[in-house]
Design a protein around this ligand. Structure first.
Ligand code: ATP
Length: 325
């Protein structure tokens, strides 16, 4: 049997995420990383990453959200391809994987707490691996993804997953049915490091460990068992009762308008509202797709400055949707 030649172009679709629970512990005094216990949920709000063989490396950004996305080597998708190329050289002995041109079709809000940059990095890994002949396995790609950032491995995996450690120690979560959402995107983004700094200040972690706090400091957060149980039941009302986000207070402090968006969500009948990840996107939970549509109409009237999207999950992780030779 002759091996198929590698395609010249590959397009990968990759989902945004919302954290159904985000428990954050005290920062490690050495690395500054916060230990997490989080439940990731991938939703069908997706970016598309196209990688094609080219004479030199380049990156183009298209789609609904282009503002604030760097079109150079600082883009996470570009960094992903550079790191993958390094692994091709080291692991596969391929001396010069050809340069590639990357196109991002961005539908995931930028700096919105939905891990759009991480999604693009995961998409770029998968797409570049295709055009370079699939020399690395999905397990290899997962390891490389973890080097790129804590949210990148989940963007490859998708579905529902418990994330421990920095959020990159993943295990799949069993869940029944679909959850329906309305995502409310603020006109201004939030910087994730800034939200963590505000969180540390509000929690008193910025003072460093003391005799009184040393035990809490050294205890990593526990997995959210009640939420995991609710996900197994498949009951959206019950899931809604157990959504939680330790970063919410910090995000709301930095963007006080989020309080009004959350209140408007309650007014228009959402089951629950929560800040997505480090914010500022607000995720409103609905009981059905039609309910989500009703909520989105209500939100557009009450908060016209906020963009709304209806989406549902769990959605699959990064996957190749087309290739061309
Ligand atoms: P997270 O939820 O993982 O904290 P986020 O969704 O809040 O992330 P991103 O959209 O990933 O935030 O972008 C954060 C910043 O990263 C942007 O402001 C931008 O400067 C930079 N960036 C680099 N690459 C990308 C990319 N491919 N897409 C979006 N932003 C990118």
């Amino acid at each position: 049997m002759t091996a198929q030649p590698a395609p010249r172009i590959a397009t990968v679709r990759v989902p945004a995420k919302v954290n159904l629970a985000l428990r954050v512990g005290a920062p490690d005094p050495g690395s500054g990383y916060h230990p997490l216990a989080t439940v990731f949920h991938a939703v069908d709000l997706t970016d598309e990453v196209t990688v094609r063989r080219a004479r030199r490396f380049s990156l183009e950004v298209t789609g609904r959200f282009t503002e604030g996305v760097p079109a150079d080597e600082t883009n996470l998708a570009w960094q992903a391809v550079v790191l993958l190329r390094h692994h091709y050289r080291q692991t596969c002995g391929v001396r010069t994987p050809l340069p590639v041109a990357i196109t991002l079709e961005k539908n995931i809000p930028v700096a919105g707490g939905m891990a759009g940059g991480s999604a693009d990095a995961a998409g770029a890994l998968l797409a570049a691996n295709e055009v370079w002949g699939n020399e690395l396995t999905i397990e290899d790609l997962r390891d490389i993804a973890a080097e790129l950032g804590a949210d990148v491995p989940f963007a490859l995996l998708g579905g529902n997953a418990l994330g421990l450690g920095r959020g990159d120690e993943l295990s799949t979560v069993l869940a029944r049915g679909q959850l329906h959402w309305v995502f409310c995107v603020s006109p201004e983004g939030l910087s994730t490091p800034e939200v963590y700094r505000a969180f540390d200040r509000l929690a008193g972690w910025d003072q460093g460990p003391t005799m009184d706090t040393i035990e809490a400091w050294e205890t990593p957060p526990e997995p959210p068992e009640d939420l995991l149980q609710a996900l197994r039941s498949g009951d959206a009302v019950e899931v809604g009762q157990h959504l939680e986000n330790d970063l919410q207070e910090a995000a709301v402090e930095l963007q006080p308008g989020l309080r009004e968006t959350l209140a408007a969500g309650a007014d228009v009948g959402a089951l629950t509202g929560i800040v997505s990840g480090s914010g500022p996107t607000i995720a409103l939970l609905a009981s059905s797709h039609d309910h989500a549509l009703d909520i989105s109409v209500g939100m557009a009237a009450l908060r016209p400055e906020v963009e709304v999207f209806v989406a549902s999950g769990p959605a699959p992780g990064a996957r190749v949707v087309s290739t061309r030779s």
